[in-house]
Structures are given as structure tokens and as C-alpha cells.
Design a protein around this ligand. Structure first.
Ligand SMILES: Cc1ncc(COP(=O)(O)O)c(C=O)c1O
Length: 419
């Protein structure tokens, strides 16, 4: 249980963008849970698909049976991913998917001496040991370095400019060119940051530059699309705008919109070519179970049929404009950054106050008191931020309700800050 969890409200039910507690209080889900409930709560198409599948079969292991939901889901994911991909390996979370991608990299390069993975700081790729080992998230790595050190030889790239949270292409190349190119196994990145960098976005030039670099030295490129994948950014994937094809695409969260646990690693043609990634990645007991696959399939169909990807773009523009107005009237809030409905706002606070009472936590708590969920992010005082990422289905009047509650929450945190 989380520290302080006993003070949290007890959830009762949820519908659309609203969550209701057992005292009957309603909350606007302004961060889609942990930025995963992409299509909103209680969508009947998904509930019916889960119910129908559960009447047929809930568990059949992939080593013993194929199943229609998994085959249909794989076909749909590969169609969305486009040319260049061969197969999909299923897991139960984003962390497990990143773990799978890292393992596939190691299998792909086995016997070649390639053992270095390069990632950026700040970044977050998951809580399992392999995923955390490639993450640039000091608070989540705390006390665990002994576990993480042996997993992957890690090089991390930070921004050389104070005002920029993410490294530029020049920052990446400076580090990459220092490392023996024959030892680089993979480069891993989040196209738009979440838990670590609160909506900071990589630019197209950097994405293309990393693709070119990996091609030139024979390394694999891993895109962590756990938060950005399946429509959140106003495109199917966070990398879509750049036109690049990463070798491994790591997904989770929005794939099932939070209805059931599932993650999927989308594997490029050149990874372990001639072999099946599913054979070497092994997976877990529950990986690729028909029930979770049926839920994910229903979520993706709903996303496609309701045109939620373009909706994320349109509503994202409206929400961004509203958040800009909030930022103009609050000295410690930076203008929103991010893409589509993956938006974060940086928070300025001196490091001493941050160490005792980080403002983003205070905003999250004040928001909860005002009937709103928002999400804290960042790894230190410089990167602390708050994320406003409602479901892609949010309507304009619900955006207005969200903004009214957010404005109240922020002003209450501000008063508290000045005391
Ligand atoms: C970019 C990114 N990668 C990986 C993960 C880990 O996913 P999960 O929490 O489902 O294990 C997260 C979770 O927040 C994430 O945002």
C-alpha cells in the first residue's frame, strides 16, 4: 500500500471522464488514471467484449493454443504500426514490455560484444529491473543501484542547456561518439516524456538523427511508447510525426485503456531476423491471455471507430489554450508542453522548498480536494511538473470543468506556498 494510502478516497464507480467515491463525491479524471484510461471509463463496447470473451475462455496458454482475440489483436497492432514490423510479443505491463525489448536487444546481439544501452536523463521506462536499469529516474532507482548495475551497461545523455529538459541531437551525439560504436547495443527514448519529464517532447530532428546513428553503427532503436502509444499524442504513435521506424516499439497503458493488464512489444523485421522473438523472450504465465487481448482489441477498435486519434489533437489544442491562460496568471507555472492530450506544465520552486514540500504534490492533493485528478511528474526540482492528460473522449464542457477545478487547486497551492 502507498504511504498515506489510508487517507485516499475509496473508489466506487466510474463512467466517461468521471470517477465517483463511496461518499458520492465526483472527480474529473484529468490524468486518465496514470495516463492510461485513453477511451474513458465504462465504455460498453469494451465491457461487452470482456464479458463475451469470459463466457468462452479466460485462460489458454500461448504454448498450448492459439486464440482468435490474440490473432486479431496482433493483426490490428501490426496494421497500425505499418510496414517494417514482423510480430508482437505480449506482456502484462509497460515495464515488462520494456524488459522484453531489452532482452530482445541482448539476444539479437549475442556473441558480438555489444553490451551498452544509451538512454536519456530524465526518462522512465518501468519498474522491473531491466526496465529501471535503462531509466534516467534517480528517485525510482534509489537504493536499487546494486540490482541495476549488472543488467545493462548504461550511458545516459542529459541536456547541456538549463532551460531544456531533454537533450538535443548534439547532446546525444556527443555522448554516442564517446562510446565505442562496436559496443552500442541500443538507444532507447520516450518521444514525449511522462513520469520523468512531464510532457517534454523530443524534436523530429533528434528522432531522425538517432535513427541514422543507429543505422550507421548497427545498433537497435527502441521507442518507449507506453504512454504515447495508441492515440494519446494525436497520432497513433509518438514517433509518427518523424516518419522513423524504430526497431522495437514498447507499449502498454493505452493499449487496453486500463481495462485489463496487457503490454505489447512490436518487433521490427531486422530484430533477430529469421527467428521468432516470441521464442526467446519467453514471457509470463498471463502474457497473451485471450481475455486481456479481447479487451485491448475492443479498445483499439473503439479508438479507431470513434476517431479518437484526431480528437486527441483537436481537444488537445483547446485544452492547451486553456492551460496557457492558467499559466499566465500563476507565477510558478510554466506554459503547457507536450503533444495532443499528453500535456505537462513545469513548476518553478526553489530546490530547498522542493525537498520538503514539492509543489506538484501539493497541487495534486489540492486538486483531489477540488474533485480533480492530475498527475505529478519529474525527477528533481528542475523537472518537477504536473500533467493534465484526460481521456481522449473528454468533451468541451468537461474540459471547462477540469480547468475551473485546476485553477482553484493551483491557487490554493499558491496561497499555501506564500505562507
Ligand atoms: C514511458 C513509460 N514506460 C514504461 C512505463 C512502465 O509501465 P507500467 O507502469 O505499466 O509497468 C511507464 C509507466 O508510467 C511509462 O510512462
Amino acid at each position: 500500500m502507498m504511504a498515506g494510502a489510508s487517507t485516499l478516497p475509496m473508489v466506487d464507480r466510474a463512467y466517461g471522464v468521471m470517477i465517483v467515491d463511496t461518499d458520492g463525491r465526483e472527480y474529473v479524471d484529468g490524468c486518465s488514471g496514470t495516463i492510461c484510461v485513453n477511451i474513458g471509463h465504462g465504455v460498453s463496447d469494451v465491457l461487452e467484449a470482456i464479458s463475451a470473451q469470459s463466457q468462452l475462455v479466460t485462460f489458454a496458454h500461448r504454448s498450448q493454443f492459439r486464440s482468435q482475440p490474440v490473432e486479431d489483436l496482433t493483426a490490428m497492432i501490426l496494421a497500425i504500426a505499418g510496414p517494417g514490423y514482423r510480430e508482437v510479443v505480449y506482456t502484462n505491463s509497460g515495464s515488462e514490455t520494456m524488459e522484453t525489448a531489452v532482452r530482445l536487444v541482448m539476444h539479437h546481439h549475442a556473441g558480438t560484444g555489444r553490451d551498452i544501452i544509451v538512454s536519456q536523463r530524465p526518462s522512465y521506462h518501468g519498474m522491473t529491473v531491466g526496465a529501471l536499469a535503462v531509466s534516467g529516474h534517480p528517485p525510482r532507482r534509489r537504493n536499487l543501484e546494486a540490482l541495476l548495475g549488472g543488467v545493462a551497461k548504461l550511458e545516459q545523455v542529459s541536456s547541456s542547456r538549463d532551460a531544456e529538459i531533454l537533450p538535443s541531437l548534439e547532446d546525444w551525439l556527443l555522448v554516442l561518439e564517446r562510446v565505442d560504436p562496436a559496443r552500442i547495443a541500443a538507444v532507447v527514448f520516450e518521444p514525449v516524456g511522462g513520469a520523468a519529464s512531464g510532457g517534454a517532447e523530443m524534436d523530429v530532428r533528434t528522432l531522425r538523427g538517432l535513427r541514422e546513428f543507429c543505422d550507421s553503427v548497427g545498433a537497435l532503436l527502441i521507442a518507449d511508447e507506453v504512454m504515447t502509444g495508441f492515440g494519446r499524442t494525436g497520432e497513433w504513435f509518438g514517433v509518427t510525426k518523424s516518419g522513423i521506424t524504430p526497431d522495437l516499439v514498447v507499449t502498454g497503458k493505452g493499449l487496453s485503456g486500463g481495462y485489463l493488464p496487457i503490454g505489447a512489444c512490436i518487433v521490427g523485421e531486422r530484430v533477430l531476423s529469421g527467428a521468432s522473438a516470441a521464442d526467446v523472450s519467453m514471457g509470463h504465465t498471463m502474457s497473451g491471455n485471450p481475455l486481456a487481448a479481447a479487451a485491448a482489441l475492443a479498445v483499439l477498435k473503439y479508438t479507431r471507430d470513434q476517431r479518437l486519434v484526431s480528437r486527441a489533437r483537436e481537444v488537445g489544442t483547446f485544452l492547451r489554450g486553456e492551460l496557457e491562460l492558467v499559466a499566465e496568471s500563476v507565477p510558478f507555472l510554466q506554459p503547457p508542453r507536450g503533444r495532443g492530450l499528453l500535456l505537462g506544465m513545469g513548476i518553478e520552486q526553489n530546490p530547498v522548498d522542493f525537498a520538503t514540500t514539492p509543489l506538484n504534490r501539493r497541487i495534486v492533493e489540492a486538486a483531489l480536494r477540488n474533485g480533480l485528478l492530475v498527475y505529478p511528474s519529474g525527477v528533481d526540482a528542475r523537472t518537477q511538473s504536473v500533467m493534465v492528460c484526460p481521456p481522449l473522449t473528454i468533451r468541451d464542457r468537461e474540459v471547462e470543468m477540469l480547468i475551473a477545478r485546476f485553477t482553484r487547486a493551483v491557487s490554493q497551492s499558491f496561497v499555501a506556498e506564500r505562507v
